[in-house]
Design a protein around this ligand. Structure first.
Ligand SMILES: C[S@@+](CC[C@H](N)C(=O)[O-])C[C@H]1O[C@@H](n2cnc3c(N)ncnc32)[C@H](O)[C@@H]1O
Length: 303
């Protein structure tokens, strides 16, 4: 079960109206999509790269019929998926993995269960197994440092390469134990921390396997092409790397993007205790207003 994060805040900002077109770029379990469809008589198109999300979307199609469509695609493709006549009035991105992906052991995203290393959202391309067993020590260290901010990146990479000389590292628990052992040896295990020391390594490999940061940058670059004037946008990040891309994009588009809130929106402690996976959510909302761009251009021309 996936509990949609910051649900009320998302609906308040997207404010879907009857007859409007809404795009949910990260369908997942469809929690946000269902709430949008229930909030008004709007149309929702949802995207997800995971074929298992498509199976869940079929159930929603039976309920909402022509008010809902699902497209199995990567959100970096939005500018080619929709024509000029198919622009949107509201768009949602809820980045990262869904609970369906994390909780299904055989998808290989989590070290809470032992399962084959995989982590591919789209179920194709290189897997976590390929990365861990074939990448050079240097490349592994770079991935752990760049996408996981892991201070032990070099030590962990070296331990991975040593371990795989004996036999391939096939499962999530084998990898987690290599990381835990390296941290224990280096005395960096935090006794009272609730966060497992292997978390950063798993995050880093997952981001690399799914090319997550490039997906976000490309999607945001192309986003204006599919927006109607006055469109509302919500972007929910789960770590600083994602949020930095959103922040820089908003800065680069400041003539047309108006922030809806003065500050980022975060879940309340009540939401976090009901849904601990929401704890790192950072929501930013924007209004697309091309009038600002027109004003800036005429100012530049001295009109
Ligand atoms: C956090 S979940 C979304 C949960 C959803 N909002 C809900 O309420 O159920 C993120 C979803 O986005 C999908 N996703 C991540 N990156 C994607 C990409 N580049 N293109 C398309 N879907 C992506 C994942 O497969 C996952 O199902």
């Amino acid at each position: 079960m996936h509990i949609p994060v910051l649900l009320k805040e998302v609906i308040d900002i997207l404010a879907p109206k009857s007859g409007e077109r809404v795009l949910d770029c990260t369908f997942g379990g469809g929690g946000h999509t269902s709430a949008i469809l229930n909030a008004s008589d709007c149309y929702v198109c949802a995207i997800d790269r995971d074929p298992e999300a498509r199976d869940r979307a079929l159930q929603l199609k039976n309920t909402y019929n022509e008010r809902f469509d699902f497209v199995l695609a990567q959100f970096s493709e939005i500018s080619v998926l929709f024509s000029d006549k198919q622009k949107f009035d509201a768009v949602l991105f809820d980045f990262g993995v869904s609970s369906f992906q994390l909780d299904k052991a055989e998808r290989g995203f989590s070290f809470l269960n032992d399962a084959p290393l995989d982590m591919r959202m789209s179920k194709n391309g290189i897997s976590a197994y390929d990365v861990v067993n074939t990448f050079s020590e240097e490349d592994l260290a770079d991935i752990l440092w760049t996408y996981g901010d892991e201070i032990l990146s070099r030590k962990i990479a070296s331990a991975i390469v040593d371990a795989r000389k004996l036999h391939p590292i096939g499962t999530t628990l084998q990898l987690a134990n290599i990381v835990r052992e390296t941290a224990r040896f280096k005395h960096v295990t935090k006794k009272h921390s609730k966060i497992d020391i292997a978390t950063k390594t798993f995050q880093a490999i997952r981001i690399f396997v799914n090319d997550e940061l490039r997906e976000i940058s490309t999607a945001l670059e192309n986003l204006p092409e599919i927006l109607n004037d006055g469109a509302r946008m919500v972007l929910i990040s789960f770590h600083a790397l994602e949020d930095r891309i959103v922040k820089n994009w908003a800065k680069s588009q400041r003539n047309t993007l108006l922030p809806i809130n003065d500050f980022v929106v975060r879940p309340t402690s009540k939401e976090i205790s009901a849904n601990p996976r929401s704890r790192s959510a950072i929501l930013r909302g924007f209004l697309y207003n091309t009038a600002g761009d027109r004003r800036k251009k005429s100012e530049d021309k001295g009109e």
